[in-house]
Write a protein that binds this ligand. Structure first.
Ligand SMILES: [Zn+2]
Length: 282
C-alpha cells in the first residue's frame, strides 16, 4: 500500500502567524520542525496501518521547509520547486490514499492563516460554481487521478471545510481558530495523537476496509475553474491564454478536465507572481 502525503504549513500544530511559516520569519526555524513532527505523526500512522511506502510532498511556499533528516527515515520526500503539479507533485494512480497535513481554510474564511494558494492575489475561487480553496481543489484533483483523500489535519476551520466538501474524510483539528492570526492551541502531544488517530481511521476506511485506488477516470468530465484576482492586470494578462475567458474584469475561468486544469492553474499563478512581483505565499 503506497500512501501520499501533501504537507502544507499553515495548519501545523502551534503555528499561527506569517512569522511562523515564512523563511526569515522570527519563528520559522522552529515552525519547520513543528511541521516535520506533524508529518512524522501521519507517516508513523500510515506505516502502522500497513503502508509499504510513504511519499511526502513539501507543499508550502519554497517547498523546502522539511529537512530530510528531521523526517521518518523511510520517507520519500519530494522537495523544491517549481513543480508542475505543485501541492500534488508526485501523486500517481498507484497511491492507495492521500493525506493532507497542515492544511488551512480558503481565502475569506476566518481560519488560521486562511488564503487560497497565494497570500493576497486570489480573492475567491470556484470549481463548477462551488466556492473552493486548496482543500477542495486538492480533493477533486486527487479524485480525478484516482486517489481518495482519507485524512486531513489543520485548524478547526480547515477540518470543517474538508467535512463540507467530503464528510467521509477523517479530520484532526490541531488548533482552534480565534482569528486569522490567532488560535487556541492543543498541546503538541495531544495534537499529534489526534493526527495519528485520524490517519488510522482514514486508512481503515468508513467501513473498516482499506482504501483501494480507484481506476483513474479515463474521460473525467470537464470542470470549470473560476478565479477572482485582486488585480485586474492579472486577469487581463491571463486572457492571452487560449481557452481563458473573463466573467468580469477581475475574474477569469477555464473549462477542462482535472488534473490538467489544476496544472493550468499553476501556470496562472506563475503569471500572477511575475506581474505582481510577489512570490506565491503557499
Ligand atoms: Zn502553505
Amino acid at each position: 500500500m503506497r500512501i501520499y502525503i501533501s504537507a502544507d504549513m499553515e495548519g501545523v500544530t502551534g503555528l499561527v502567524d506569517a512569522d511562523d511559516v515564512q523563511p526569515g520569519g522570527r519563528d520559522y526555524e522552529r515552525g519547520r520542525l513543528m511541521m516535520a513532527e506533524d508529518v512524522n505523526a501521519a507517516v508513523e500512522a500510515a506505516f502502522a496501518a500497513g503502508a509499504t511506502e510513504v511519499t511526502v510532498n513539501d507543499a508550502h511556499g519554497p517547498m523546502r521547509n522539511l529537512l530530510p533528516e528531521a523526517l521518518h527515515p523511510e520517507v520519500r520526500l519530494v522537495r523544491g520547486r517549481p513543480k508542475q503539479m505543485g501541492m500534488l507533485a508526485g501523486l500517481t494512480p498507484e497511491h492507495a490514499a492521500m493525506v493532507c497535513v497542515g492544511y488551512h481554510s480558503r481565502a475569506g474564511e476566518l481560519g488560521v492563516l486562511s488564503h487560497s494558494f497565494m497570500g493576497h492575489e486570489i480573492e475567491d475561487m470556484w470549481l463548477d460554481g462551488r466556492p473552493v480553496g486548496e482543500i477542495g481543489l486538492a480533493h477533486a484533483t486527487a479524485a480525478a487521478i484516482g486517489v481518495p483523500v482519507v485524512a486531513l489535519t489543520g485548524d478547526d476551520r480547515a477540518c470543517a471545510e474538508m467535512a463540507d466538501w467530503d464528510a467521509s474524510v477523517a479530520t484532526a483539528p490541531v488548533k482552534y481558530a480565534r482569528d486569522r492570526f490567532a488560535a487556541e492551541l492543543r498541546p503538541a502531544g495531544e495534537a499529534r495523537a489526534e493526527i495519528r488517530r485520524a490517519v488510522a481511521a482514514g486508512l481503515a476506511g468508513p467501513r473498516g476496509a482499506a482504501p483501494r485506488a480507484a481506476a483513474p477516470q479515463a474521460a473525467a468530465a470537464p470542470s470549470v475553474l473560476s478565479v477572482r484576482w485582486q488585480s485586474a492586470s492579472v486577469a487581463s494578462t491571463l486572457l492571452g491564454i487560449p481557452g481563458v475567458t473573463a466573467t468580469d474584469p477581475r475574474t477569469v475561468q477555464a473549462r477542462g478536465a482535472l488534473p490538467g486544469l489544476y496544472r493550468q492553474f499553476g501556470v496562472w499563478m506563475r503569471v500572477a507572481s511575475s506581474l505582481t512581483n510577489q512570490p506565491p505565499y503557499c
